[in-house]
Design a protein around this ligand. Structure first.
Ligand SMILES: Nc1ncnc2c1ncn2[C@@H]1O[C@H](COP(=O)(O)OP(=O)(O)OP(=O)(O)O)[C@@H](O)[C@H]1O
Ligand SMILES: [Mg+2]
Length: 261
C-alpha cells in the first residue's frame, strides 16, 4: 500500500510553525515562533542554535513525535499534522530514521539484534534481512563486532550501531539530534564521515542538530534557530544582537561581501 508521495523532491517542509510549552494560566514558553524550513532530497542540513533555542523540539515535531503545534509540517509532500496515528507510525517506520545523542541501545541484545530490532518489530523476518544486515555492518564498520554486546563497545561504536539501526530500513530521511555530542572529536569525525557517506552513496536526506561548527561543516548547508525562527547561517553571522537588519540590508551586505571575494 502506498502511504506517501515519494516523488516529491521536497523531503521536509516546515511552514510557519508555532510551538509553546506550558499551560493556560501558567508560565508559557514560546519555543517556535513562526519557524520555516525546507529540506530537499539529497541535502545534508545542519541545524544549529543556542541551548534551549528549540532545535530538539523542532526535530521531534518533524519526526511526528509531538503533534501539538500550529502551522504545518510535511514529509515527502504529505502533511503530518492531521494524519491518523497509524499512518504516521508507518511513515516514521518506513521513511524516517532517528539518531539521538544517547544511543538508546538495548543492553541485553548484541549488535546485530539491536540493528534488526525495529525491522523485526515491523514484521520482517530475520532471514529476509540478512543481505541488508551484512551491507549495513560493512558500511558502518561493525562487521567484526556483530556479535558483541553494547557494553563492550566504545561510544563511537555504539553510535554506529544506532546509525546502522536507523539506516537498515532504508529511510529517506535521517533526523539526528547531536549524534556526536557525547563523543571525542576523532569518533565524532568518523560519525560525520559516515553521515556524509550515507548521504552521498545512499542518497539519504539528513537533518542533523549539532553544537559543533566542525560537524556542521560536513553538511551541505547550515540553518540556525534564533528567536523561534530559522535563519540562514550567513545571515545569522551578521546579525548584531540589538539590531535585526531588514531583508534589503542583508542583500546589501551579501552584495558587498561578494564583491570583496
Ligand atoms: N516537555 C517540555 N516541557 C516544557 N518545556 C520544554 C519541554 N521541552 C522543551 N522545553 C523548553 O523548550 C525550550 C527548547 O528546548 P529544546 O530542547 O528544543 O532546546 P535545544 O535547542 O534542543 O537545546 P539544547 O541545545 O540544550 O539541546 C527550552 O526552553 C526548554 O526548556
Ligand atoms: Mg536539544
Amino acid at each position: 500500500m502506498k502511504t506517501i508521495n515519494t516523488n516529491n523532491e521536497t523531503m521536509i517542509k516546515v511552514e510557519n510553525v508555532y510551538k509553546t510549552f506550558g499551560k493556560k494560566g501558567g508560565a508559557i514558553t514560546q519555543v517556535l515562533d513562526g519557524a520555516n524550513l525546507t529540506v530537499n532530497k539529497g541535502e545534508f542540513v545542519s541545524l544549529m542554535g543556542a541551548s534551549g533555542s528549540g532545535k530538539s523540539t523542532l526535530l521531534y515535531l518533524i519526526g511526528g513525535l509531538d503533534r501539538d503545534f500550529t502551522g504545518d509540517i510535511s514529509i515527502c509532500g504529505t502533511s503530518i499534522r492531521k494524519m491518523r496515528e497509524k499512518k504516521l507510525s508507518k511513515i516514521r517506520l518506513g521513511h524516517i530514521g532517528f539518531i539521538f545523542q544517547f544511543y538508546n541501545l538495548v543492553q541485553n541484545l548484541n549488535v546485530e539484534d539491536n540493528i534488526l530490532l525495529p525491522s523485526l518489530v515491523a514484521g520482517r523476518s530475520r532471514a529476509s534481512m540478512k543481505k541488508e544486515l551484512d551491507e549495513i555492518l560493512e558500511i558502518t564498520g561493525l562487521t567484526e563486532k556483530r556479535k558483541q554486546m553494547p557494553s563492550k563497545l566504545s561510544g563511537g561504536q555504539q553510535q554506529r550501531v544506532a546509525i546502522a539501526r536507523a539506516i537498515i530500513s532504508n529511510p529517506q530521511i535521517i533526523l539526528a539530534d547531536e549524534a556526536t555530542g557525547n563523543l571525542d572529536s576523532k569518533s565524532g569525525a568518523e560519525i560525520m564521515e559516515l553521515f556524509r557517506k550515507i548521504n552521498r552513496e545512499k542518497g539519504i536526506t539528513i537533518l542533523q542538530v549539532t553544537h559543533s561548527q566542525k560537524c556542521a561543516e560536513y553538511g551541505t548547508r547550515t540553518v540556525v534557530l534564533e528567536n523561534g525562527k530559522t535563519v540562514d547561517e550567513r545571515a545569522s553571522m551578521w546579525l548584531p544582537s540589538s539590531h535585526k537588519p531588514t531583508f534589503q540590508e542583508l542583500e546589501g551586505r551579501l552584495a558587498t561581501s561578494m564583491s570583496r571575494s
